[in-house]
Design a protein around this ligand. Structure first.
Ligand SMILES: NC(=O)c1ccc[n+]([C@@H]2O[C@H](COP(=O)([O-])OP(=O)(O)OC[C@H]3O[C@@H](n4cnc5c(N)ncnc54)[C@H](O)[C@@H]3O)[C@@H](O)[C@H]2O)c1
Length: 400
C-alpha cells in the first residue's frame, strides 16, 4: 500500500468522523496531507466547518446498515472510530453498547477482509479490565486481562471491544491494526449536559461542565482511581506515525521481480497502546488541577471555585458500577515500531481543553444556551474558511 502524504489519489474512510477524535483526525488529514476523506457519522454537529471542503465526501449513515458498511469498505484505508463510549451509557444501555462495539465493527471487519482494505480499529484501554491499585505497566502483548462480574454492566463495553479485537485477529485475510486509547483529552470532547447533550459525559467534560456552572466537581468513590491523560493532538500524531508505517517498505525493482511493490506493513496484525504514562493523576488530583487552571483562565482566586465533593459510584452511575484503579500504559511498542511517544504535559492538555470549553460554553457572562453552543461551532467554520488547508500541521492548523 502506498500512502505518501502528498498523494492526491489516496482516500481514507473515517467512520465516526463527527466525534471528538474524528474532529481532530479529519482536521489533521486535511492539514497535513493531500488525501481525500470519505467521512461517515450519525451527525456532523462538531464538523460543520468541514462540510463544504472539496476534498471530503460525507455520508450521514449508521454502521449498523450493511449498505453503509459496503460503501466504507471500498476505500483502501478505513479508520473506525464509531462507538457508544461514554461510561453512563455502558451502565444504562449494555445491549446497545455491545451491538455498537462488537456487532457493527465485526461486520465492517468482514467487509474489509473481503475488499482488502486496511482496517484501523479504535478499541480502548478498558480492555485491560479491572486493574488493581498496584498494577504496573499494561503491555499490549503480555498483560493478562481480567474483566469484572457479568452483573456489573460497566464491563459490557470492554467485553465487546475485546471480542472485536479477537474477531479481527481471527478473520482470514484481514489487514488490521488495533489502537487502544488511554484517556484522550482536548478541545471538542463530548458535550455540556443540558446544553448540547444529556446524560453524563466523560470525566474531562464532566468536570469542565461543573466548573463553568460554578458547581462542585463530583469525585466518584473518592476519586482514588488513577488515569494517564493523553493529549488528543498526540493521539493524532500517533495516527500519522501509523499511516507512515502502513505504507510498508517499497521493494526495489530487482527484489520485486521487475515491478514496484510494497511489502506488508509492520503495523498490520498489531495492537498499540496510545497513552502518556508521564501524565498520571488520581481523579481527585485531576479535579484540583482543573480547579487551579480554571481559576487562572477566569482570572479569579482559586478559593472562589467550589471544592470537589465525594459521591458513591452507585449513587452517581447506578447499580452495576465498578472501576479499575490504575491504567498505566506501556508505550515501548509504539516507540520501537513506529517511533512515536506522546509528549504533551498534563497541564498543557488540561489548559487546552478547559480554555476551549470555557470559550464554547460560557457566553456573555452566562452558561451558553444550545443555540449559543451551535453558533459557536459555526463560528469555527467561518473563522477557518479560506485558510490553506495544507499549509501547516499540528494543533494550530484548522482546515475549513
Ligand atoms: N476519547 C478517548 O479517550 C477514548 C478512550 C477509549 C476508547 N476510545 C475509542 O475511540 C473511538 C473514538 O472515541 P471518541 O472519543 O471520538 O468518541 P465520540 O463519542 O466522540 O465519537 C464517536 C462518533 O461515532 C459516531 N457513531 C456512533 N455510533 C455510530 C454508528 N452506528 N454509525 C455511525 N457513526 C456512529 C458518533 O455519532 C460519534 O460522532 C471510540 O471507538 C472509542 O471507543 C476513545
Amino acid at each position: 500500500m502506498n500512502l505518501q502524504f502528498n498523494d492526491r489519489s489516496v482516500t481514507v474512510a473515517i467512520v465516526g468522523c463527527g466525534g471528538f477524535v474524528g474532529y481532530h483526525l479529519l482536521n489533521a488529514v486535511l492539514c497535513r496531507t493531500k488525501w481525500r476523506v470519505f467521512g461517515v457519522d450519525l451527525d456532523f454537529y462538531r464538523i460543520q466547518d468541514k462540510l463544504n471542503n472539496e476534498r471530503c465526501e460525507f455520508l450521514c449513515g449508521d454502521l449498523a446498515d450493511p449498505a453503509v458498511v459496503e460503501r466504507i469498505a471500498k476505500y483502501p484505508v478505513v479508520v473506525n472510530l464509531a462507538a457508544i463510549c461514554t461510561p453512563s451509557r455502558y451502565m444504562a444501555e449494555a445491549a446497545a453498547v455491545i451491538r455498537s462495539n462488537y456487532d457493527h465493527p465485526a461486520a465492517l471487519a468482514e467487509a474489509c477482509a473481503k475488499s482488502g482494505s486496511w482496517l484501523i480499529h479504535f478499541s480502548t484501554s478498558e480492555i485491560y479490565g479491572r486493574t488493581a491499585d498496584d498494577s504496573g505497566l499494561l503491555d499490549e502483548d503480555s498483560t493478562p486481562v481480567v474483566l469484572g462480574p457479568v452483573a456489573a454492566s460497566r464491563w459490557s463495553y470492554a467485553t465487546a471491544k475485546l471480542l472485536t479485537e479477537r474477531y479481527m485477529a481471527g478473520l482470514s485475510g484481514l489487514k488490521w491494526t488495533v489502537v487502544r486509547p488511554f484517556n484522550f483529552v482536548g478541545p471538542y470532547m463530548d458535550f455540556m449536559p443540558g446544553v448540547d447533550g444529556e446524560g453524563i459525559p466523560r470525566v474531562l467534560a464532566n468536570f469542565s461542565s461543573a466548573l463553568v456552572r460554578g458547581e462542585p466537581m463530583k469525585l466518584v468513590n473518592g476519586g482514588v482511581a488513577r488515569r494517564c491523560f493523553t493529549s488528543v493532538y498526540d493521539a493524532v500524531d500517533f495516527m500519522f506515525a501509523l499511516f507512515a508505517a502502513g505504507s510498508g517498505r517499497q521493494l526495489n525493482m530487482a527484489e520485486a521481480g521487475g515491478t514496484s511493490e510494497f511489502t506488508d506493513s509492520p503495523a498490520y496484525s498489531q495492537a498499540f497502546n496510545v497513552g502518556n504514562p508521564d501524565n498520571e493523576l488520581t481523579i481527585a488530583e485531576l479535579a484540583q488541577r482543573m480547579r487551579k487552571i480554571y481559576a487562572s483562565i477566569k482570572g479569579v482566586a482559586v478559593e472562589s471555585v467550589p471544592v470537589p465533593v465525594e459521591v458513591s459510584g452507585e449513587a452517581y452511575y447506578g447499580v452495576g458500577y465498578d472501576d479499575s484503579l490504575r491504567r498505566l500504559p506501556s508505550v515501548g511498542k509504539a516507540e520501537r515500531m513506529l517511533g512515536f511517544r506522546a509528549a504533551t504535559p498534563i497541564d498543557e492538555c488540561l489548559r487546552d481543553s478547559l480554555t476551549w470549553f470555557v470559550e464554547h460554553y460560557f457566553v456573555d457572562g452566562a452558561v451558553a444556551s444550545d443555540e449559543d453552543a451551535a453558533a459557536s461551532f459555526s463560528k469555527d467554520a467561518t473563522a477557518s474558511s479560506g485558510k490553506d488547508a495544507t499549509a501547516s500541521s499540528g494543533k494550530n492548523c484548522v482546515a475549513g
